[in-house]
Design a protein around this ligand. Structure first.
Ligand code: DGJ
Length: 738
């Protein structure tokens, strides 16, 4: 891992065993991008573009002949001086002028990866990362921009961050500050993103990049289920296991823009950052603003290579370390069993059965504070309804702890109902636009988290329940997008800051709570996976992926999220059949196998299960407990499948001695009976014994040829294989030695 400068200090080369990132300063002032990709030993100017004079263009005072700024690989581009492509940065000066030109000033190496701002970001020990700081300035506007590049040891990962400082004497308005802007060489690319909706998150979108701009975004106030703040660019032939992938992920939970522009000459510019349409920040002299961190990930081993990098980074350098490598408890969540119709009697009955099955954490979901059994009432007050639960939360916690389980409680801290006491007392605490009726979402409104007193109130509510240790786990939900995005407390010239201030407010509350109660495991949730993003993952060690618990849909949802998140961060529950969301019927085994390589839980009314089903659950939980210590740290791969009728996943222990494979058959179809499923990332030198059949295969054989599955006349059927390294392999003799 090193950051190398050329002798004349014109070139910087950031490199480790996997990647190289090269920039050059042209004419002492223009910072240009030269290369990002597989590691090279040294950059000596190979592949520099050849410019020629074109019509309908601009000329520039630059030592490179015929350069047009519209075709120049600016490292951090601005608009107004001849580069007409998507800009990464813009300020409006006090005069109203919108022109910005950032010129290179200096660069230096910073030890390790310092914590730069209050925003969530990846972290590393001093010997695990190295950071380059580049300073650029627009002296006329009085603006200094710091560009940070943190290179992680050995991995294809660079964490990017931008800070802007007002070094002048005028107030400026920051209009745009992208977290990454990357120039890629002219060639064919495909764009991959993750899109969805409530109860159908995590879908993969892949299409050829065309001329013009392609953008994915959220203006919903949170990262949203519609688009993940992520995209990847790759060559058309890239598969799960082969080919180059450049990917981008923003560590942020609010509005974002992810975009790619293919210009007229075939150059590609890729950016990700705060959404400029919903952002405008007043920056007074001496003030600084920090943009969210974004991750740049390079893989030359296809999408699985990309996922490996993200999984490693997020499990070890983003989520709370205290949960990264510890066994996650098997939980039972009350939502699908009781919805809001909660009672102590039902709860006791469920908890007793759960304990017998080996459940370790009982989670009381929504309903415990509601005045009725719907989602229409009481949000914001956070007082337990003692008619439903006599003795309150304390009594419930004692009851659950008394059965030897941990106790988890659901909150939706950001929301408020109009019929709450809180609303009567503080109607000014909601996001609202004077003169307009507020927009309801799931019968609720949102608190204005940009207000200090609102944040203090939320912290006091959570303190009340967490301070004496009665709650071991919190499910932090959020069930609607932001509308009426206005704060009654914020001055007129700061209105463009509210969306971002909301997210900063949320992070401040989470920061306080996780600092005060580090042992409390928090599961993020937002109507399922609507705010499943790396910003939240910094505080919450796991996230509920979707309200859709149907095993068939879950294969798609979890495959999609597995592109970027380690399975241990993805909550997956076994629920009842027919499924409450889809009406689909699947076997208990199918539901379990789809959930078990992720963060396993149960969410069903146990009193409705038959004796056989209860026995099956008990066996599943016992098996999961036996395997989870290696599985939750395992490398996870999406295996290549012969056709779209199958989904295949495998978890491989870090020492590659053990591997669990799941093959999901969508529909019985005689046409598809002879496909092979090559495994990934085993040790080719090892022999593995399949524990059910006792058969022994070489790692190379399993990877080069692949396993096969029998014909089973059943839709949604799952095949599982558990391979364990063995020494006792039988070798075939070759002909000569006979
Ligand atoms: C939405 C979540 O995704 C569900 O799991 C559940 O917690 C409900 N909210 C409760 O209102």
């Amino acid at each position: 891992m090193s950051i190398l400068f050329s002798e004349d200090q014109k070139i910087v080369h950031i490199t480790n065993a996997s990647i190289s990132y090269v920039m050059e300063v042209v004419d002492g002032k223009y910072l240009v991008h030269r290369y990002f990709g597989k590691a090279i030993r040294q950059y000596r100017g190979c592949g520099e573009p050849h410019y020629f004079k074109r019509g309908y263009n601009t000329e520039h005072r630059c030592s490179i002949p015929n350069v047009s700024f519209d075709d120049f690989p600016f490292e951090y581009p601005t608009r107004g001086h001849g580069d007409f492509r998507i800009p990464a940065f813009a300020v409006t000066q006090e005069s109203g002028i919108d022109f910005t030109e950032l010129l290179f000033k200096s660069w230096r190496v910073v030890e390790g990866k310092p914590k730069m701002s209050v925003l969530p970001a990846t972290f590393a020990e001093k010997d695990e990362a190295e950071t380059l700081e580049i300073v650029c300035e627009d002296e006329t506007a009085g603006i200094r921009v710091y560009l940070y590049y943190s290179l992680f040891k050995d991995k294809g990962i660079i964490a990017r961050h931008q800070r802007v400082e007002n070094i002048g004497s005028q107030i400026v308005k920051l209009q745009n500050i992208q977290s990454i802007s990357l120039e890629l060489p002219a060639r064919d690319y495909e764009f991959l993103s993750i899109y969805g909706t409530h109860a159908k998150e995590g879908n993969i979108n892949r299409f050829p990049v065309h001329h013009g701009i392609q953008r994915m975004e959220s203006v919903r106030g949170s990262s949203s289920p519609q688009h993940q703040p992520f995209f990847a660019l790759m060559q058309p032939q890239t598969t799960e296991n082969a080919g180059e992938v450049y990917s981008f992920h923003l560590i942020y939970s609010g509005n974002f823009l992810a975009q790619t522009e293919l210009d007229q000459f075939g150059n590609v510019r890729a950016q990700i950052g705060l959404h400029p349409d919903t952002f405008c920040w007043k920056l007074a002299p001496q003030e600084v603003f920090d943009a969210p961190e974004a991750i740049l990930n390079y893989s030359c081993q296809g999408l699985n290579g990309m996922s490996r990098n993200f999984h490693w980074l997020y499990q070890h350098h983003l989520m709370p370390s205290r949960f990264a490598d510890v066994n996650r408890p098997v939980l039972l969540n009350s939502w699908e069993a009781m919805y809001c119709d909660v009672s102590l009697e039902k709860l006791e009955e469920q908890a007793e059965l759960a304990k017998r099955l080996g459940v370790e954490l009982y989670v009381l979901d929504d309903g415990w504070f509601r005045a009725d059994n719907t989602t229409h009432t009481s949000m914001g007050d956070w007082k337990c309804n003692e008619q439903k639960l006599p003795g309150g939360v304390k009594k419930v916690a004692e009851l659950i702890h008394g059965k030897g389980m941990q106790f988890g409680l659901w909150f939706e801290p950001e929301a408020i109902c109009k019929n709450s006491e809180l609303y009567k007392k503080h109607p000014e605490w909601m996001l609202q636009v004077p003169g307009y009726a507020m927009t309801e979402g799931r019968h609720e409104y949102l608190l204005d988290l940009s207000r200090q007193e609102v944040r203090e109130y939320l912290i006091s509510v959570l303190d009340f329940y967490l301070k004496d240790g009665m709650v071991d786990y919190v499910k932090w939900d959020m069930n609607r997008p932001l509308t009426d995005v206005n704060s009654l407390a914020l001055e007129q010239d700061r209105k463009g800051e509210i969306s971002h201030r909301y997210v900063l407010g949320l992070y401040e509350v989470l920061e306080q709570i996780t600092k005060r109660y580090p042992r409390v495991l928090i599961e993020g949730c937002s109507s399922g996976g609507a705010r499943f993003d790396p910003g939240m993952l910094y505080y919450v060690a796991q996230n509920w992926a979707s309200d859709n618990t149907d095993a068939f849909d879950r294969t798609q949802i979890q495959s999609g999220f597995s592109l970027i998140y380690p399975p241990v961060a993805i909550g997956s529950h076994v629920s009842i059949t027919p499924n409450h969301q889809t009406g689909r019927k699947t076997s208990f085994n199918t539901r379990y196998q789809v959930a078990r390589q992720f963060n396993l839980g149960y969410e069903l009314d146990l009193t409705k299960c038959t004796e056989e089903e209860m026995a099956e659950i008990a066996v599943q939980i016992a098996e999961h407990k036996k395997e989870r210590s290696w599985m939750q740290k395992a490398f996870f791969y999406r295996n290549e499948v012969p056709n779209e009728n199958y989904v295949a996943w495998s978890s491989i222990s870090r020492d590659r001695e053990e591997c669990l494979v799941m093959i999901f058959q969508k529909f019985f179809n005689p046409l598809y009976s002879h496909g092979k499923f090559p495994l990934t990332a085993l040790n080719p030198e090892y022999d593995y014994r399949e524990t059910t059949s006792g058969k022994i295969y070489g790692g190379d054989e399993l990877m080069e040829i692949g396993i096969s599955v029998p014909t089973v006349k059943e839709d949604f059927h799952v095949f599982t294989f558990h391979f364990v390294r063995t020494e006792g392999s039988t070798q075939m003799k070759n002909c000569e030695s006979r």
